[in-house]
Design a protein around this ligand. Structure first.
Ligand code: AMP
Length: 132
């Protein structure tokens, strides 16, 4: 998939639209999801333009990959997700239900999240209702 620089997260990275930022360094930005599916719902994105986890794994530098993993650990600690546990999800492509074509990881926590996936009435895989 070719990267589309008009996607919403690219606009956030260029400060064309606002976000509720929780973390930033040279390689990573993290902000609150606009429609949270759990009491804590944070999106972690690389600042580089990568469409999904496959693109990130193939093209990102070691420095970017390390920075992304370290940022997740720092954010989990800062947001009090570490002690009670949390879920990290990366949706990829059509079957994964990826809506925004800029690689991102969801960090969800603040309550017990139940089953990992369930089917809604359209047969699509979603977080279970009790995760909201
Ligand atoms: P995905 O379905 O994995 O691509 O997830 C995209 C996520 O981006 C969804 O959970 C949306 O609620 C979230 N989202 C979309 N627009 C914004 C925005 N402007 N600020 C924060 N989160 C957003």
């Amino acid at each position: 998939m070719t990267y589309n620089p008009q996607n919403i997260f690219a606009k956030i990275l260029r400060s064309e639209i606002p976000c509720d930022k929780v973390f930033e360094n040279d390689h990573v930005l993290a902000f609150k999801d606009i429609t949270p599916k759990a009491p804590t719902h944070i999106l972690v994105i690389p600042k580089g333009y990568y469409t999904d986890v496959l693109d990130f794994g193939a093209r990102a530098s070691k420095e970017e990959i390390t920075a992304f993993s370290r940022a997740i650990a720092k954010i989990a600690k800062a947001e009090n997700l570490e002690s009670e546990g949390f879920r990290s999800i990366t949706n990829t492509g059509l079957n994964g239900g990826q809506e925004v074509p800029h690689y991102h990881m969801h960090l969800l926590g603040g309550k017990k999240l139940g089953a990992m996936v369930c089917e809604n009435s359209t047969g699509q895989l979603n977080l279970p209702d009790d995760a909201q």
